[in-house]
Design a protein around this ligand. Structure first.
Ligand code: IPE
Ligand code: IPE
Ligand code: MG
Length: 257
């Protein structure tokens, strides 16, 4: 018996544009990715939610390979939000240990690929000390790499980032280092977690949810939004290519006509 084949989202889409074609047309300066849907992916299979996080590793590293193939210079992925602490303790704990192990396994590979890894977010407790240490070591190991910057947003919140930037700016004003009249977009932007990162041009969210969930609120002010129904563990570089293709078809006006 033959029925219509159900497309397996994990299988690369043969109609996805070729990375060299995308590169020629000009890729976004900075892509943000909200890696969502791990729990639902697991639930669909009768597995514990944590299995979805485990499976998400392959998706992330395929996306990184794809980003390198098309020549992206900046990629920022949302790994853990300031709101995700509200999840059940065992899941939070799993995510912490899982990320520690993932970095231990993968730091050298990212380094060999020429990727500079940077963590954005509040790098403090309750993130476990052993994870903070390996985050630090990974940043140091890859600090001189220039091919692509991979920002991993961990214990990240867009509002927290703006609060931290405002606080730093206020301290500079109070100390007389900055004149209040000089407080402008550049002054605030310079105090964000990744002050040298260009604005986000393209924001991709998986799992069909259509919201930002407190991700890169300042940086994505003019980003093109692409929502893909694929659940994160099934995401592959071809999904990234399709999102970039979509981006390249959009007309951006930045308020002008
Ligand atoms: C994204 O997947 C991973 C994190 C937020 C850590 P979810 O865990 O949010 O998966 P869903 O949205 O419940 O399916
Ligand atoms: C956003 O996903 C955070 C990450 C992907 C790390 P959530 O699953 O936490 O977002 P909401 O709760 O659906 O808005
Ligand atoms: Mg979610």
């Amino acid at each position: 018996m033959t029925g219509a084949a159900i497309p397996d989202p994990a299988i690369p889409d043969p109609t996805a544009p070729d990375p060299s074609v995308l590169a020629e047309r000009g890729v976004p300066a900075h892509v943000g990715v909200i890696m969502d849907g791990n729990g639902r992916w697991a639930k669909q299979r009768g597995l514990p939610r944590t299995e979805g996080h485990t499976k998400g590793e392959e998706a992330l590293f395929d996306a990184v390979e794809g980003a390198l193939e098309v020549g992206l210079r900046w990629l920022t992925v949302y790994a853990f939000s300031t709101e995700n602490w509200r999840r059940p303790q065992p899941e939070v704990r799993f995510i912490m240990w899982f990320n520690r192990d993932l970095l231990t396994r993968r730091a050298d590979e990212l380094h060999e690929r020429g990727v500079r890894v940077r963590f954005i977010g509040r790098k403090v407790a309750p993130i476990p000390r052993s994870l903070l240490r390996i985050m630090d070591r990974t940043e140091q190991l890859t600090a001189q790499n220039t091919r692509m910057t991979l920002q991993i947003a961990f214990n990240y919140g867009g509002r927290a980032e703006l609060v931290d930037a405002a606080r730093a700016l206020a301290a500079d004003v109070a100390a007389g280092r900055v004149d209040p009249d000089d407080v402008d977009e550049a002054a605030l932007g310079a105090r964000l977690y990744g002050p040298d990162a260009p604005d986000v041009d393209l924001m991709v969210r998986t799992s069909g949810e259509r919201r930002l969930s407190n991700f890169l609120l300042w940086e994505a002010a003019y980003a093109e939004l692409v929502f893909d129904p694929v659940l994160w563990p099934d995401f592959r570089r071809t999904h990234l290519f399709a999102a970039i293709d979509e981006f390249q078809r959009r007309t951006r006006r930045f308020g002008a006509v």
